[in-house]
Design a protein around this ligand. Structure first.
Ligand code: AMP
Length: 157
């Protein structure tokens, strides 16, 4: 079997996700493959205030932040018509968890964005290169362009 059957799209909840998501959706349709989506919680965003960044210590605030992350993933799932069973929200180090879930779910293509770093940033490594070097299956790294106009790409055909 040469066709991909199960693709795993890794999203970091950045503006550029939309570009990668659009390509992943088209690819999954072309191959008639199942599409799952993963987001790894490697940091919880802290709210900024007029006095700087407040670090929330109470569990209610942490739960709210977690709910916010869940909503973002469910929204992407809704947009693509993907059932919540195929949406994975996990804690950990992004490349480690992406690879672990890919192997656990028998994924045959992982799709990530790639910022195309150079120099020191490249040496320090990135999620994309971590996945590329250690995944057991194929990996598609989609080049992310700075200043990409996401809304134009998402306009209905
Ligand atoms: P990076 O190489 O770290 O700049 O990340 C590039 C790509 O890695 C993103 O476009 C996503 O596909 C993936 N990625 C980065 N962080 C995460 C995360 N926290 N959860 C899921 N995927 C991620």
């Amino acid at each position: 079997m040469t066709d991909y059957q199960h693709m795993l799209l890794a999203v970091e909840f950045s503006e550029q996700d939309q570009f990668v998501t659009l390509k992943a959706e088209r690819l999954a349709t072309l191959f008639n493959a199942k599409l799952s989506i993963i987001h790894v919680l490697d940091n919880i965003p802290m709210p900024d205030t007029a006095y700087g960044t407040i670090i929330p210590l109470d569990t209610d605030t942490m739960n709210e932040l977690l709910e916010g992350e869940k909503k973002k993933l469910l929204n992407i799932g809704d947009q693509l018509g993907i059932h919540s069973d195929s949406l994975k929200l996990v804690w950990g180090k992004p490349e480690v968890e992406i690879i672990r879930i890919a192997s656990q779910e028998s994924v045959d293509l992982v799709i990530v964005g790639s910022h195309g770093r150079h120099g020191l940033a490249l040496l320090l490594g990135s999620t994309a290169s971590g996945v590329l070097h250690h995944a057991q299956c194929d990996v598609l790294a989609i080049r992310l362009e700075d200043g990409w106009a996401g809304s134009a790409m998402l306009a209905p055909a």
